[in-house]
Ligand binder design. Structure first.
Ligand code: SF4
Length: 361
């Protein structure tokens, strides 16, 4: 697994520090630390005249990565990996839903790092695509929008994919969304059933389903791009065709509908036995949902599905969607001719409790 933390020698700080690591720089900026020596796993950087020492495998490429050092912590967070398209900022760990499959179960406390995240984004490589997730980022809507507004002026080349539960958009946001630039953000919003009982039971919030149409209409009016996200579970498997009909009728303006497999971490792991639906042995309702949505011109994608779990006629819909830092393959993948284009598995996937119908293709 790709390391997202790097051991750092004690550095005198009272506030989090965002630093871009440079192997060489003729005119380093105020956040640049320039490499001045390497010995084994130890790398020494010059940061504004101070020595900053990191410990990482000698072959690990760190040039132009952006890290954050937090006072009192022995490792720095690798916020941006310069050569990756899978960088995500955790905006907050607070959330007002308790979704059965949540991979990042919410916490009560919010640690406000908007200023640091804005600095990190400002140091990103050109045309970087950055994910923002939580928790629920829009619980801190004003600060989130202020950050995006500021970056739209300083770094108009950046693009964002923002995961939100879609509970907090208001009509007053339309102008702000347009000022930020609707073409620069894809909003990922979950919908698990075509009725309030089914959706609310999965997100564990009464009224969540009924709040979504308002948010969708606000995003639609502002011209924003929406990726609807549905995790397939035992709880909603039977409802997928009905949901596809609802999506095609009520939400024909979607950028895409992402039908997703379950990630076995967080609440997803806790609820695995009662929630995981083995679509490698029964793909029927997923296929029906795809057919219905496609007939209504809704573009469908399958996320987190190993390619061999998908019938051949639908494999073109299944990109390698699992982020590079949490992706693995199983031993039986060694003989598979589709290894290069298959998304494989989450690092924490346990095959003993997983898909039963897989094999090289
Ligand atoms: S055998 Fe492995 S690499 Fe091949 S399609 Fe299945 S999961 Fe992917």
């Amino acid at each position: 697994m790709i390391e997202l933390r790097i051991k750092v020698d004690p550095f005198p700080l009272v506030e989090p520090l965002v630093v871009r690591l440079r192997d060489a720089a003729s005119g380093p900026g105020p956040n640049d630390a320039v490499l001045i020596g390497m010995e084994g796993s130890r790398r020494e950087y010059d940061f504004q005249g101070f020595s900053l020492a990191l410990h990482a495998a000698s072959d690990l490429k760190l040039d132009n990565d952006v890290i954050m050092i937090v006072p009192g912590q022995a490792s720095a967070r690798r916020l941006l990996r310069a050569d990756s398209q899978h960088n995500t900022f955790l905006v907050t760990e607070q959330c007002d839903q308790l979704c059965l499959m949540c991979s990042q179960p919410p916490k009560k406390q919010h640690v406000d790092l908007f200023s640091e995240l804005e600095t990190a984004a400002s140091l990103a490589p050109s045309n970087a695509y950055i994910g923002l997730s939580g928790g629920e980022p829009l619980l801190h809507k004003r600060k989130l929008f202020d950050m995006l507004l500021s970056l739209s002026k300083t770094r108009p080349d950046l693009m964002f994919h923002i995961l939100t539960n879609g509970q907090h958009f208001g009509e007053e946001d339309i102008d702000t969304l347009q000022e930020i630039g609707v073409e620069r953000i894809l909003w990922g919003i979950p919908l698990y059933a075509a009725n309030a009982d089914g959706h609310d039971a999965i997100v564990k919030k009464t009224g969540a389903f009924d709040r979504l149409p308002k948010s969708f209409s606000i995003l639609f009016e502002s011209g924003a791009a929406i990726e609807l996200r549905t995790v397939v579970m035992q709880q909603n498997y039977d409802e997928l065709p009905a949901l596809a009909g609802f999506v095609g009728t009520a939400l024909p303006f979607l950028e895409r509908w992402a039908i997703m497999q379950l990630e076995n971490i967080g609440f997803g792991r806790m609820n695995w036995d009662s929630s995981f639906k083995d679509t490698s042995t029964d793909f029927g309702n997923v296929a029906r949902a795809i057919n219905i949505a496609t007939a209504r011109d809704v573009p469908v994608q399958l996320y987190n599905f190993p390619l061999c779990s998908v019938p051949a006629r639908y494999r073109h819909l299944a990109p390698a969607s699992i982020s590079d830092w949490k992706n693995k393959q199983e031993p039986f993948c060694a003989d598979c001719s589709s290894r290069q284009r298959c998304g494989g598995f989450f690092e924490w996937y346990d095959h003993k409790k997983g898909f039963r119908g897989l094999g090289p293709i």
